[in-house]
Design a protein around this ligand. Structure first.
Ligand SMILES: Nc1ncnc2c1ncn2[C@@H]1O[C@H](COP(=O)(O)OP(=O)(O)OP(=O)(O)O)[C@@H](O)[C@H]1O
Ligand SMILES: [Mg+2]
Length: 365
């Protein structure tokens, strides 16, 4: 998968700008607050229909404008593909090859990308939410089936939680069994898919981490080991757990069991990375996860995703930077940074300089 060009119209601080990308390394440079991350965010939005930085779509629309438009031409092994997102304050329209989509889920995975930004440190240092979010976005990009199951699960969870807050104790207790069967059904699908995915991802992450650290560190991923190995056992355990936690959940006012509480275990040299890894170590570990994701997407989709590395270099020492660049050779990569050192990126990379939401053309970098 290669993104050939990207047009941003009233998106963030861009008025109307077109980026032409090369197949290999594209380096977006510019001072702080010029629009580098905005461009990276737009590419990711076209891949997933979502941005990791916003609470409301409105934030994506250039101040004072009615709507934003992001469009791109990508080349996949099946031919060229056009993707477009028109974002209004309270709605959006998504198009693939000019056809308007009825369901947002169909926007997912037409073009795959892996996005790394400084915030990804949270993946290692923060609580389980971040790791679940990583898995959910990652799996959803390659499996719409998972995305649908996850959405259903989340809907049931929200409705169950609303029910738990109601005052009529007896009525709630009578209604819950109906919900809990559905709950366990979708929960089991989510758990099984996450587990399968993690099994594939884990050796790839270990390998990537060993590469980046020249064998000095050993990274391992695992589940928190809550579920039995056999498929039917997962459903049964979830159903048993949810059924026996009804009264407790009613007291708490929320659902206290289920995959929305699961975690991924990340260890470096056998020690839990959370609360132990240094800043640079955590960054390298997060990067290893993303490189593993890149390789897994390549295997699943039959072609590599677009790799977006936003501000990744700032906390890596020189040997790790060089290792990273060596690693991404052969992939299409969009990398943002404030300084495009020639020694590091070489002459052949496609350098794009950005200033105040515009590409500076005809200036040597
Ligand atoms: N909806 C919007 N309308 C207009 N400007 C916006 C909008 N959203 C964000 N901006 C502006 O876009 C600018 C560039 O943001 P961006 O995050 O892309 O910077 P950057 O080049 O990645 O900088 P850094 O090197 O600090 O990461 C910011 O100054 C921000 O105020
Ligand atoms: Mg930025």
């Amino acid at each position: 998968m290669v993104i050939k060009n990207l047009t941003l119209y009233n998106f963030r601080n861009y008025e109307n700008e077109r980026f032409d990308f090369a197949e290999g390394l594209n380096v977006l440079t510019g001072k702080n607050a010029q629009g580098k991350t905005n461009c990276a965010e737009a590419v990711f939005y076209l891949c997933t229909g979502a941005s990791l930085r916003i609470r409301h779509e409105k934030q994506l629309i250039r101040h004072g404008q009615e709507f934003a438009r992001i469009s791109a031409v990508a080349q996949s092994r099946y031919g060229d593909l056009t993707l477009e997102a028109k974002i209004f304050e309270n709605k959006r329209e998504l198009y693939v090859n000019g056809n308007k989509l009825a369901r947002a889920v169909d926007f997912l995975g037409n073009m795959n990308s892996v996005f790394f930004s400084p915030g990804e440190l949270r993946l290692i240092q923060d609580g389980p939410d971040e790791r679940r979010r990583f898995l959910d976005i990652s799996i959803s990009q390659t499996s719409r089936e998972y995305c649908v199951a996850l959405n259903r699960y989340q809907r049931i969870l929200t409705q169950r939680n609303n029910l738990l807050k109601e005052r009529d104790f007896q009525a709630v207790l009578e209604t819950l069994p109906v919900w809990d069967e559905q709950f366990a059904l979708y929960a089991a699908r989510v758990v099984k898919k996450r587990r399968e995915y993690l099994k594939e991802l884990s050796p790839l992450a270990s390998e990537a981490h060993a590469f980046l650290t020249d064998g000095a560190e050993r990274l391992e991923l695992g589940t928190d080991g809550k579920y039995p190995a056999d498929e039917d056992g997962v459903y049964e355990k979830l159903f048993r757990e949810i059924s026996s936690s009804r009264e407790r959940d009613m007291r708490l006012g929320f659902t206290s069991v289920g995959p929305h509480r699961d975690d991924i275990r990340v260890t470096i040299n056998g020690v839990d990375a959370r609360g132990f890894a240094s800043q640079g170590q955590a960054r390298t570990a997060a990067l290893s996860l993303k490189l593993a994701e890149t390789e897994l997407f390549r295997r699943i989709a039959g072609e590599p995703p677009v790799l977006i590395l936003d501000d990744v270099m700032s906390e890596l020492d020189l040997p790790r930077r060089k290792k990273l660049l060596e690693r991404v050779k052969g992939l299409q990569c969009i990398l943002t940074c404030t300084h495009a050192e020639r020694v590091l990126y070489g002459k052949e990379s496609n350098k794009i300089r950005i200033q105040d939401g515009k590409i500076l053309r005809g200036i040597k970098t």
